[in-house]
Design a protein around this ligand. Structure first.
Ligand SMILES: CCCCCCCCCCCCCC(=O)SCCNC(=O)CCNC(=O)[C@H](O)C(C)(C)COP(=O)(O)OP(=O)(O)OC[C@H]1O[C@@H](n2cnc3c(N)ncnc32)[C@H](O)[C@@H]1OP(=O)(O)O
Length: 220
């Protein structure tokens, strides 16, 4: 399917790629936060711009076109390393390390200054994006995945920058629709509540009982 790329990589090769690219994304993430907060004098900003331009040019000498897509291996394991919320290679991603315990899907994450909306609080759109992902992953983990059809969010109070939990669980399944609810939790208090409907798209339904391996499996 479009955007899905099959790669014949061993687990060792994937581990090596992870060890190579995760620190790159981490450093760029730190760079983004430093860019928001720096108060160094103008010549130092100019020097930083030059260094960043050099790094960008170096990385661009060999790169895939378009987007990273979803890469999967013959054992059915998926890598969503370009994903805006969980992508191991994506410095835009907070990143969320989404885990599963029983029926609960959750991520504990520290939200930095680059995600500020109202002063000292997490931007509502960023919260929506994180909830979208964590609710979607609950559907995946329950074996009833889908694209976000509807996402309703109620912001009960501001969510301070810093450590938060985003969590979700499947409520029920009706045909091709999976109903999921979730919350953002800070210091044991729910700051945001969400309900989502995740729909197995017609294009995937049309693949019948034997979709390509990996397409419905949890990403990593
Ligand atoms: C492989 C699957 C994806 C795996 C993703 C894993 C990602 C993991 C995590 C990802 C996290 C991040 C995730 C992201 O960021 S996903 C990115 C954001 N979402 C999108 O871009 C989705 C865009 N929309 C679509 O692709 C289609 O419209 C979908 C797939 C949603 C439905 O198109 P399809 O042609 O399949 O639908 P149908 O007409 O046959 O109707 C089927 C049923 O659904 C009901 N309905 C229809 N639309 C909606 C709606 N909007 N809300 C509620 N219900 C809706 C409809 O009444 C019917 O119900 P019933 O009459 O049967 O009762």
């Amino acid at each position: 399917m479009f955007g899905h790329v099959m790669e014949d990589l061993t687990p060792e090769e994937i581990a090596a790629a992870s060890q190579l690219y995760a620190p790159l994304a981490d450093r760029v993430r730190e760079l983004v936060a430093a860019t928001v907060l720096t108060e160094v004098p103008a010549p130092d900003v100019a020097k930083a711009i030059q260094l960043i331009e050099e790094a960008t040019a170096l990385l661009g000498t060999k790169a895939v076109e378009g987007s990273f897509g979803v890469r999967w291996t013959p054992d059915g394991k998926r890598r969503t390393w370009g994903n805006a919320i969980v992508g191991l290679r994506n410095p835009i991603a907070p990143p969320l390390d989404i885990r599963q315990r029983g029926d609960l899907t959750y991520a504990d994450v520290v939200i930095g200054p680059q995600y500020e909306g109202p002063p000292t609080l997490v931007h509502g759109g960023i919260i929506a994006a994180m909830l979208d992902q964590v609710l979607g992953d609950a559907a995946v983990n329950a074996g009833v995945p889908g694209m976000t059809g509807t996402l309703r969010i109620r912001y009960n109070r501001g969510t301070p920058l810093g450590p938060i939990r985003v969590q979700s669980a499947v409520d029920r399944v009706e045909g091709v629709k999976t109903f999921v609810s979730g919350q953002v939790i800070v210091d044991d208090a729910v700051t945001v509540e969400a309900e989502g409907i995740f729909i197995l798209p017609k294009a995937v339904r049309d693949l019948g009982d034997n979709p390509p391996p990996g397409i419905l499996a949890p990403g990593d």
